[in-house]
Design a protein around this ligand. Structure first.
Ligand code: FCB
Length: 457
């Protein structure tokens, strides 16, 4: 639980990060690749969802996106010019196995093969995420993540991807933000596949975790060096301890505890009994889920502020959260309406080190959307720059406090398809003109490039 603390983030002196600190940027397949029907790619739940009226802003889809599938050499050159050392991207399951579990599509794998070679040729280390939300539609038709079989199919696909790229890619993360897949996708209908049943959210969460565990086994069996998972974690702030604990359980501990302690948190299990009897948890599952990982990926954007308020309906993304009001932080906001509260990152990293010691951490996403303006071919995104500056200072404070933080990957390299928000929210440090596909490094990118060069602020 996080109380508001004050760290000395104002220090104007130089802050240095540890030697070997990993610096880079992150993206995800469906958000940037486009080429939705090229070279045998099958449909994913996001192709279906984005075509469902009313689900995505202005009916935007990932059909073209940043056309990265065709322009990856240019994008890698942008990273090289910025001096980035690492690049986190996701492999699209429906490119590699168009129907999820059937024949492998070699042309899909060829793309990642070319991308990895291009990165290595430019001195950039690839970091692969195996699942960033683009489930093959065929598997969704069989129940998606509410079907236990999907976990096994995921592990098979992980082995296929590693079989092709594992000779050059060292660092693998299984899932990106299973909380979003489960609770935005199956409990609240905000993301694909758009189902809205609390029980389905818990079922999907468990099968995602099982898929993670089985994929870790598969990756280890094929010799992967460094294996982890990325979670979206938010410190929960609020005077009402039971409310804050409930939300912390549903957001953070429901994933952290199974992966890092081999058990579901008892309070979450109890609270969710009105929705599910948890019979989807079979003997042995938690052993599979909790085998050791080498790295925990942390995606941090903002803390969650909660207040007890009688009569408040449940927030559907947190089943059972009746009587809790969300939001109201006294802080500036990004274009997403998210509060800018860097201290939350310090708190989070220190809490992870304290409550789940022994697992090295890497920030796999952190960044902000702002309404950027292009002026004479430049983008003076001071809001984003100061967001990143504040959060790097906060990360540094956590390292000084003892957190074993190994790296930082900004979200995102490029403006891209921001899920239900379509293209209207821009998170890139590089601007994308969707009409011409021209890339312009924003001021934040030029600034970040200096940070990387100096290994500090
Ligand atoms: C995270 C997602 C990422 C992006 C950022 C803004 O939840 O992992 O794809 O949408 O939020």
């Amino acid at each position: 639980m996080s109380a508001e603390k004050s760290y000395d983030l104002q220090d104007s002196g130089v802050l240095r990060f540890p030697e070997g600190f990993v610096w880079g940027a992150a993206t995800a397949a469906y958000q940037i690749e486009g080429a939705a029907r090229d070279d045998g790619r099958g449909p994913s739940i996001w192709d279906t969802f984005s075509r469902t009226p009313g689900k995505v802003h202005a009916g935007h889809t990932g059909d073209v996106a940043c056309d990265h599938y065709h322009r990856y050499p240019e994008d890698v050159a942008v990273m090289r010019d910025l001096g980035l050392r690492s690049y986190r991207f996701s492999v699209s399951w429906p490119r590699v196995r168009p129907d999820g579990s059937g024949p492998v599509n070699p042309r899909g794998l060829d793309f990642y093969d070319r991308l990895v070679d291009e990165l290595l040729g430019n001195g950039i280390t690839p970091i692969v995420t195996l699942y960033h939300w683009d489930l093959p539609q065929t598997l969704e038709d069989q129940g998606g993540w509410t079907n236990r079989e999907t976990a096994a199919h995921f592990a098979d696909y992980a082995a296929v991807a590693h079989g092709r790229l594992g000779d050059r890619v060292e660092t693998w993360t299984t899932l990106n933000e299973p909380w979003c897949s489960a609770f935005l996708g199956y409990a609240s209908g905000i993301h694909a596949p758009g189902l809205a049943e609390p029980a389905l959210g818990f079922t999907a969460a468990h099968h995602l975790l099982l898929g993670h565990g089985l994929a870790v086994q598969a990756l280890r069996a094929s010799g992967a060096a460094t294996v982890g998972i990325t979670l979206n974690l938010s410190p929960v702030i609020g005077d009402d301890t039971p409310a804050a604990e409930l939300v912390d359980g549903l957001q953070n501990r429901i994933f952290l505890d199974p992966v890092l302690r081999g058990e579901y948190p008892a309070d979450v299990v109890e609270r969710a009994r009105r929705f599910t009897d948890w019979s989807f948890v079979h003997d042995g599952d938690l052993e599979i889920i909790s085998q050791p990982i080498d790295l925990l990926g942390v995606n941090y954007y903002h803390p969650q502020t909660v207040t007890a308020r009688a009569g408040e309906p449940a927030n559907p993304v947190y089943p059972g959260s009746e009587g809790i009001a969300f939001g109201g932080a006294d802080a500036p906001q990004t274009a997403m309406g998210w509060p800018v509260q860097p201290f939350g990152l310090t708190d989070l990293l220190l809490r992870l080190s304290r409550d789940y010691p022994g697992t090295p951490l890497i920030i796999t996403e952190n960044g902000a959307a702002f309404d950027d303006v292009v002026e004479d071919g430049e983008v003076h995104d001071v809001g984003r720059l100061s967001y990143l500056d504040g959060h790097l200072r906060a990360a540094h404070a956590a390292i000084e406090g003892g957190a074993d933080l190994r790296g930082y990957l900004v979200w995102s390299l490029l403006d891209n398809f921001e899920w239900a928000e379509g293209y209207r929210k821009r998170f890139g440090v590089v601007h994308v003109d969707y009409a011409t596909q021209r890339r312009i490094p924003k001021d934040s990118a030029l600034w970040y490039s200096e940070v990387v060069r100096r290994n500090g602020l």
